[in-house]
Design a protein around this ligand. Structure first.
Ligand SMILES: *Cc1c(COP(=O)(O)O)cnc(C)c1O
Length: 431
């Protein structure tokens, strides 16, 4: 299978190039040149377990670019946790995507990407270096996903004093092949350093440099798995509505790819906080990116969603077609806080702020359309990751899951670096 660039369909790459380069040479995003639906027999009788479903879907997407048994190992290692569906009243389920090691759905993408890159590393004579600038969550999923992978070193650059104490522990306590650079600067400084290091000749001679950022096509693929799995747990013949809490729209793009693969879907709901450029576009405005605004669902504070170009590509630039599949709805922080309170009282279920936006989207969609399709919303993070808002809306302390509790007593190991390029380059060359 080849991968084209959303900027220029004539630019083709192999899966390996698409995964290791991340971004196409013209700055576009990679897309698979074909998405072939799963067979009718499979869709009528899908396997029982998440891992089996994941493997079949991965195989359908990736074909034989990766040896089949290698692909099975990558998928089974990546998806080593469960996705429970929790019923909230009649015909509505929370799809809990936060049972991976860093307690957010980004574990799916990061762990799968890490497996693929380790496979490519086994065929290279140069060491692979993954550089990742992070403002928090992506970095912890990447650090965890790549931990102890052979032939791969990861340098995580994070802004000193600007990530939460828990996030810092997640980034800095692993050690081994995970190196945490604590940069005396902002997130933008980290990102600028990474961009310059990537294009440096001396570094590229010595190492194979790659990134693990969210536009990598290999991070989208594993996000199709849980759409199929959640659907497979509904009564046979169901055509559900999926509500997706959206920021960069990778999660929703994966849902649309799943639909192209044959997943029965009544409609997607693209639920956002007040950073609503995509819902506004779907409602008829021009697509107009703007600086993001800070909210309590901060992993969705995105003013120019990177995967929007992939969505446009899937719908061949047609807003009408996109709108037939996707309803866009946005909500304020006050609405988000209120629904967290109400759902806790009514259903004894603690939403995190991101899942709360998705739940709001689902309810509003049902009210405005009268839809009685089975309704699923994606719960993307464990509520303990957003303890402050959760405790304020519930009025009670939330217990830390064991995996976060352990981190408390672990020792932080970071390298303090200045945002100076020459210094960073010299340090990397010595690694
Ligand atoms: C990243 C993230 C999102 C947004 O996902 P996109 O794929 O960027 O739309 C939603 N919720 C949580 C908890 C996240 O970490």
């Amino acid at each position: 299978m080849n991968y084209y660039s959303t900027g220029n369909k004539a630019l083709r790459s192999t899966l390996k190039d698409a995964v290791l380069k991340g971004l196409a040479p013209d700055g576009g995003l990679f897309m698979p040149e074909r998405i072939t639906p799963l067979s009718k027999a499979w869709l009528e009788n899908p396997p029982m377990t998440l891992r089996e479903i994941a493997f079949d879907v991965a195989r359908q997407l990736i074909g034989d670019d990766v040896p089949i048994e290698t692909l099975r190992t990558i998928v089974y290692n990546a998806i080593n946790f469960d996705v429970p569906l929790v019923a909230l009243g009649h015909n509505i389920w929370s799809v809990e995507l936060f049972h991976g090691p860093t307690l957010a759905f980004k574990d799916f993408g990061a762990r799968f990407l890490a497996g693929l890159i380790e496979y490519y590393a086994s065929k290279e004579d140069r060491e692979i270096f993954v550089l990742a600038a992070t403002s928090g969550d992506t970095g912890s999923a990447v650090a965890n996903g790549f931990y102890k992978r052979r032939g791969v070193k990861v340098v995580i650059l994070y802004p000193s004093g600007k990530v939460s104490a828990m996030q810092e522990k997640q980034l800095t306590t692993l050690g081994e092949n995970i190196i945490a650079w604590e940069v005396a600067g902002t997130f933008d400084d980290c990102q600028r350093l990474v961009k310059k290091l990537f294009v440096d000749d001396a570094l590229n001679k010595k190492f194979l440099l790659t990134s693990a950022n969210s536009i990598n096509i290999a991070r989208l693929f594993p996000q199709t798995f849980y759409y199929f799995y959640a659907w497979s747990k509904l009564p046979r013949g169901s055509r559900p509505v999926f509500s997706v809490p959206s920021g960069n729209f990778g999660n929703l793009t994966a849902g649309v790819i799943a639909k192209w693969l044959g997943l029965p879907v009544a409609r997607f709901v693209a639920a956002t906080n007040i950073n609503d450029v995509v819902p506004a576009y779907l409602a008829g405005s021009n697509y107009s990116p703007r600086p993001s605004v800070t909210t309590i669902s901060n992993a969705m504070d995105v003013g120019d969603p990177s995967n929007f170009s992939r969505l446009l590509d899937l719908y061949e630039g047609s807003r009408d077609n996109m709108e037939k599949d996707i309803a866009g709805i946005s909500f304020s922080d006050q609405q988000t806080r209120d629904v967290m309170k109400n759902v806790l009282n009514e259903h004894h279920y603690q939403l995190d702020p991101h899942g709360a936006v998705a739940y709001l989207g689902l309810r509003q969609f049902q009210l405005s359309t009268g839809s009685d399709s089975p309704a699923l919303f994606l719960e993307t993070a464990h509520p303990a990751k957003f303890a402050e808002v959760v405790e304020e809306t519930s009025g009670a302390k939330i217990a830390l899951p064991a995996s976060l509790e352990i981190l408390r007593n672990m020792e932080k190991k970071s390298v303090r670096v200045s945002p100076d390029f020459d210094e960073a380059k010299a340090r990397l060359l010595q690694s």
